[in-house]
Write a protein that binds this ligand. Structure first.
Ligand SMILES: *Cc1c(COP(=O)(O)O)cnc(C)c1O
Length: 498
């Protein structure tokens, strides 16, 4: 299977090369040249397998230049013993009306672990396979969860270094603490004076800056990305939709071949795009429901066909979804149109004017598959309260956005398919907002008192990675201006590994 750019520069790479490069040479994203198809037997056969075995089967269809042994080794290191606190890795909590796919049982308590435990393994294997001698420097812009998950995934991985930029004040206190206590001899954490888009644009600018890349090459350093624009980030996410379906089958909630709906709390459009790939492959998914917060640029796009980032930016209680440019949408546009010239044109317009319009025909195709809605902070909190009241289950804020939108969908659209709500973070990662939604007074409490208060309210075990922050040393304190990101990268590239 070869990978090509969404913007049509003619590159045609193996997956290992696409994973090393991250972004295509023309600024486009790598997409598989064709989509592998699976049978209902393939899907049913997954039911009796472990998560790791399911992953090997699904990944093998896309990473055809990796050997079976290489994939097995990567998967076992990523999801194997001790890393996840649930033996199913991505367990389903099945209720009468919805099933909740919990993707936050990994080391950093957010769904980003599902991909970012695997990507570094795929990347170091790719470096070995292709005989690449340079050191790869991973640049990450994070709205919170990606940063920590990437740091944890790449920490001390051979032939790699990682620099993470987060918007100062744009992540939760727990998220910040998780990052600035990161250990590892190849890691750097820097706060940017700006919002997430500033950080992401800064990283994109560096990726597009030939002079900067030239300077890095002289130091034998090549750049790559761990953001969900990297194919190696996206492909592991396809697995858990298959896994969820297999678990629904074995729980008797659905019959073989029966379609399901999926609601995904969306930011950069990676998670829901993975569900779209699963559907293209033949996994019986009926509707893909895109849930946004007050930064509802995707809701508007999926309703009107006009993508317009020229709008107020809100800081919400779902910071991992506070995004105005959803990079992975470009992949969807490519697959829906198959027209790289069009995609390139829209992305140029987005760069120049912040806006593009895909037109009625493309919109109609997209709407056959997708439905979209949004929930603001008040609705998100109300949903947490409602779910707790009805089910004694405590969703995190991002999950609550999806849950609220799933219920809106049910009210507005006649559709009786089994509903999977994707749960992307442990409630402990956003404890202050969750507690406030549950009317627990939190005034004057520090981070750790909040953890304890949520434990008392929810009865859930505090994840190890968060509990251990109580005694962790602060190791990172760098802050830079938007314009200072390149200099920070060059200086880190020159630092010896510790
Ligand atoms: C990253 C993230 C999202 C959004 O996922 P995308 O793939 O960027 O759409 C939602 N919730 C949480 C908790 C996240 O960390």
């Amino acid at each position: 299977m070869k990978y090509i750019s969404t913007r049509g520069n003619g590159e045609r790479l193996d997956s290992a090369e696409a994973i090393i490069h991250g972004l295509a040479g023309d600024g486009g994203l790598f997409v598989p040249e064709e989509i592998p198809k699976v049978s209902t037997d393939f899907v049913e056969g997954l039911s009796t397998l472990s998560y790791e075995e399911r992953a090997e089967k699904v990944l093998g269809l896309f990473l055809t230049d990796y050997t079976k042994e290489e994939i097995k080794d990567c998967v076992e290191r990523a999801y194997g013993s001790g890393k996840f606190d649930d033996e199913k890795r991505a367990p389903l909590s099945v209720f009468e009306d919805v099933s909740v796919l919990e993707l936050w049982h990994g080391p950093t308590s957010a769904f980003k672990d599902m991909a970012l435990q695997l990507l570094p393994r795929l990347m170091s294997t790719a470096l070995r396979k292709t005989g690449e001698k340079a050191e790869v420097l991973i640049l990450v812009a994070t709205s919170g969860d990606t940063g920590k998950a990437a740091l944890e995934g790449f920490r001390d991985v051979e032939q790699t270094k990682i620099a993470v930029f987060y918007p100062e004040g744009g992540v939760s206190r727990i998220q910040r603490l998780q990052m600035i206590t990161q250990k590892g001899g190849n890691v750097k954490v820097i706060a940017v004076k700006g919002n997430f888009d500033d950080a992401q644009n800064g990283v994109k600018r560096i990726f597009g800056d030939e002079a900067c890349k030239e300077k890095l090459l002289k130091k034998n350093v090549k750049l790559s990305s761990a953001n969900s624009i990297n194919w190696g980030r996206l492909v592991p996410q396809i697995v858990y939709y298959f896994s969820a379906y297999a678990d629904l089958l074995s729980s008797g909630k659905i019959r073989q071949g029966e379609e399901i709906d999926v609601t995904v709390p969306t930011g950069n459009f990676g998670d829901i795009l993975a569900a779209y790939y699963a559907k293209l492959m033949g996994l019986p998914i009926h509707k893909l429901i895109c849930a946004s917060n007050a930064n509802n640029v995707l809701t508007d796009f999926l309703r009107t066909g006009v993508y317009d980032r020229n709008r107020e930016f809100f800081k919400t209680i779902t910071p991992s979804m506070d995004i105005l440019i959803s990079s992975n949408l470009e992949r969807l546009l490519y697959h829906v149109t198959g027209d790289t010239a069009k995609v390139r044109g829209w992305m140029e317009q987005l760069g120049k004017t912040g806006r593009y319009d895909v037109g009625a025909g493309v919109l109609a195709k997209i709407q056959e598959l997708f439905w979209a809605d949004c929930a603001d902070d008040a609705q998100t909190k109300a949903q947490i309260r409602k779910v707790y009241g009805e089910k004694r289950y405590v969703p995190d804020t991002h999950t609550a956005v999806a849950w609220a939108v799933a219920e809106n969908y049910r009210r507005q659209v006649e559709d009786s398919h089994a509903m999977v709500v994707v749960s992307t973070a442990s409630p402990y990662k956003f404890n202050a907002s969750v507690l406030s939604a549950l009317d627990v007074a939190t005034e004057g409490m520090d981070e750790f008192a909040l953890l304890d208060a949520l434990k008392e309210k929810s009865g859930m075990v505090i994840p190890k990675g968060l509990d251990s922050l109580r005694t962790a040393d602060i190791l990172h304190g760098d802050v830079c201006e938007k314009e200072g990101m390149e200099a920070a990268v060059l200086s880190f590239a020159a630092e010896p590994r510790k």
